[in-house]
Design a protein around this ligand. Structure first.
Ligand code: AMP
Length: 271
């Protein structure tokens, strides 16, 4: 991987990189298309990273559809698939320890201990192998984008992070590899997550944040067989708490909800 990219870079090629865990859907494909526009060589990686799963059964149940993924990548004109084995990425299956400050302890980090250590460890290793000019990540995983940006700055890596918009099902549900684990009825009902995020955004500067979030939680609680992990409005830059709509130049509403056993996340920027 590294020698191929080294050769093409020496010839002046621009390299765009899309890291994924496979089970590709249109959300991933939108990242490939964004990379395609900016790059001479588009590299996609598929690697289900064991160190970012805090729940072993979630790792076991993670969908793996490599044949279908390869067909989709070929169809999209992706140039290179990097599909390493776990033993190629880890001699010892352990994440390095990282310090992301508040980002590394709030929301997803609080609910999934060690998750971002795993993410940062693998993303840095993938960046070292692929050495891209630009890496494309989805806003769907908003906190992950902030963590990767911090990792790039801490390690002073010459990679530009490009954050791409969240692709949604026609009913508004954010596309996710985990959606295949939802029943048809759950998939339909889960559109409520997007609706409450929209409801929050539409109330900005009209109703106090605390009231808006309370009303949104009540509405989301109507989702059958579900449990809200968090639903918050915070500072979009560092995810620190806010009390008022004008406490920061940009806010973000973030939600994590269990529907049955499936954990879904979504977010909406409020600027
Ligand atoms: P994953 O395979 O879930 O690790 O996701 C790989 C990349 O695709 C990450 O940067 C995700 O944020 C991004 N992604 C996942 N779902 C979506 C979506 N619905 N829209 C846009 N990007 C997405």
């Amino acid at each position: 991987m590294a020698s191929f990219i080294g050769l093409r870079k020496a010839q002046g090629a621009q390299i765009g990189f899309v890291p994924t865990m496979g089970a590709l859907h249109q959300g991933h494909i939108s990242l490939i298309q964004a990379a395609r526009k900016d790059s001479d060589i588009v590299v996609c990686s598929i690697f289900v990273n064991p160190t970012q799963f805090n729940d072993p059964s979630d790792l076991l149940k993670y969908p793996r559809t490599i044949e279908k993924d390869m067909a989709m990548l070929l169809q999209q004109g992706c140039d290179v698939l990097f599909y390493p084995d776990v033993s190629e990425m880890y001699t010892e299956q352990k994440a390095e320890k990282w310090d992301f400050g508040f980002l590394g302890s709030t929301l997803e980090a609080a609910s999934r201990p060690g998750h971002y250590d795993g993410v940062a460890t693998i993303v840095e290793r993938l960046f070292k192998a692929v050495n891209p000019h630009r890496a494309y990540f989805g806003q769907k995983d908003y906190q992950q984008c902030m963590v990767v940006q911090s990792m790039i700055e801490q390690k002073q890596l010459p990679v530009e992070l490009v954050i791409c918009p969240t692709l949604r099902e026609p009913n508004g549900l954010a596309m996710s590899s985990r959606n295949v684990r939802l029943s048809a009825a759950e998939r339909e009902a889960s559109a409520l997550i997007y609706q409450v995020l929209q409801q929050i955004s539409q109330q900005k500067f009209i109703t106090p944040i605390a009231e808006v979030v309370e009303a949104a939680k009540n509405k989301l609680a109507q989702l059958p067989d579900s449990r809200i992990d968090y639903l918050v409005v915070v500072n979009a830059r560092d995810l620190s708490p806010v009390n008022n709509w004008d406490d920061a130049p940009a806010l973000v509403a973030l939600a994590a909800v269990y529907v049955g056993e499936v954990r879904l996340i979504d977010n909406m920027l409020i600027s």
